[in-house]
Design a protein around this ligand. Structure first.
Ligand code: PEP
Ligand code: MN
Length: 356
């Protein structure tokens, strides 16, 4: 069996239907805050509670979590509300402490999944343990690193695995705290269709107002679940206060979500998809033709000892097509990226001819 054949049931009885909801504060702060939040979420029907006990902070000096003391609070949540409880682990010691405290589910944070040494250490600590583990995407947009992290756990025998999309760090400021780059989780789903995929709208958005729209987007893209930060008094939270919502607000968001069933396709949708398939066939045929001509040009350049890269010609192509795209109602940025990729491939083909 391989990771691609994984049929993962994360928690017995959950989810009965999309979305699987995991909610709770960014950090466990006090016993009162943990229990008040948990009771309120449970009253709204949330079945899985999250709270960070060990907090990875970008800079030292911030609140680094309450540590093992918080595990006892999670045990109380479990006993009083019947919810499953989940926390983040980043080291071998975290794993041992969490297992000792009968935590039901673990997640691995974005800073940890980016580190193969840490992932290998966690896989070793979890070897042979039957516990669900959710792996957040690494902070950098590298799908192989994300898959590698999941695979290390899989190779250690873990079968209740899932992935959490929490967005990616980019240097440029955008409206998001972490840029969603949806194509990356979509590619993960394409490669591993059986792997449960959750979205963390809180860490992607970084602000309350974005939790609802991002959750809807995730549902529209066929995600299985959501992990959302919820705090009884978000404005007083010790970490990530701008992105936490009260249990009542979360409940409202969940009730306004429109869940479109992924397996249903109407006839008109099937018809439109056929059209897309036909157009893709044409695009590929055109691409093959374009590359063939590029190779002929390459041959000509070789015979006449001309350089392959002709910057002026390339600039002309780009600027002409960008303005044409705008006129045609296509995003010029998209056309630029597309032409750059085509150009790169043409150069590559011509280099092959030159070296023959
Ligand atoms: C968290 O879930 O609170 C957390 C620290 O997330 P991330 O690893 O996605 O930053
Ligand atoms: Mn957080």
């Amino acid at each position: 069996m391989e990771l691609k054949d994984l049929q993962s049931i994360l928690l017995p009885g959950i989810p009965e239907k999309r979305p699987l909801v995991i909610a709770g504060p960014c950090s466990a702060e006090t016993e009162e805050q943990v229990l008040a939040t948990a009771r309120n979420l449970a009253a709204h029907g949330v079945r899985v509670f999250r709270a960070g006990i060990w907090k990875p902070r970008t800079r030292p000096g911030g609140f680094e979590g309450v540590g093992i003391e918080g595990l006892r609070w999670l045990q109380r949540v479990k006993a009083e509300t019947g919810m499953y409880v989940a926390t983040e682990v980043a080291t071998e010691r975290h794993v041992f402490e969490a297992l000792k405290a009968n935590i039901d589910m673990l997640w691995i944070g974005a800073r940890t999944s980016a580190n193969p040494f840490a992932m290998q250490e966690l896989a070793g600590a979890l070897r042979g343990v039957d516990i669900p583990v959710l792996v957040k995407n690494p902070v950098n947009p590298d799908i192989e690193l994300w898959i590698g992290a999941i695979q290390r756990l899989y190779n250690a025998g873990l079968r209740r695995l899932g992935a959490i999309h929490r967005g990616f760090s980019i240097y440029d400021k955008t409206i998001y705290r972490n840029h969603p780059q949806w194509h990356i989780p979509i590619e993960l789903r394409r490669r591993f269709p059986q792997l449960p995929l959750l979205c963390d709208p809180s860490h992607i958005g970084g602000k309350r107002e974005l939790v609802g729209p991002l959750s809807q987007e995730a549902m529209d893209l066929g995600f299985d679940g959501l992990i959302v930060e919820s705090h009884c008094t978000p404005d007083e939270a010790w970490s990530d206060k701008a992105q936490q919502v009260t249990p009542d607000v979360l409940n409202f968001i969940l009730h306004t979500l429109v869940i479109r069933e992924t397996t249903q396709t109407t006839e008109s949708l099937a018809e439109l998809r056929q059209q897309i398939d036909r157009l893709d066939d044409e695009l590929l045929a055109l691409m093959a033709k374009r590359l063939r001509i590029s190779r002929e040009i390459g041959q000509y350049k070789k015979e006449h000892s001309m350089p392959i890269l002709q910057a002026k010609r390339y600039d002309e192509i780009l600027s002409k097509r960008e303005s044409q795209a705008t006129e045609m109602g296509i995003n010029p940025e998209f056309i630029k990226i597309l032409l750059q990729a085509i150009h790169e491939e043409s150069v590559h083909e011509q280099m092959k001819i030159l070296n023959q």
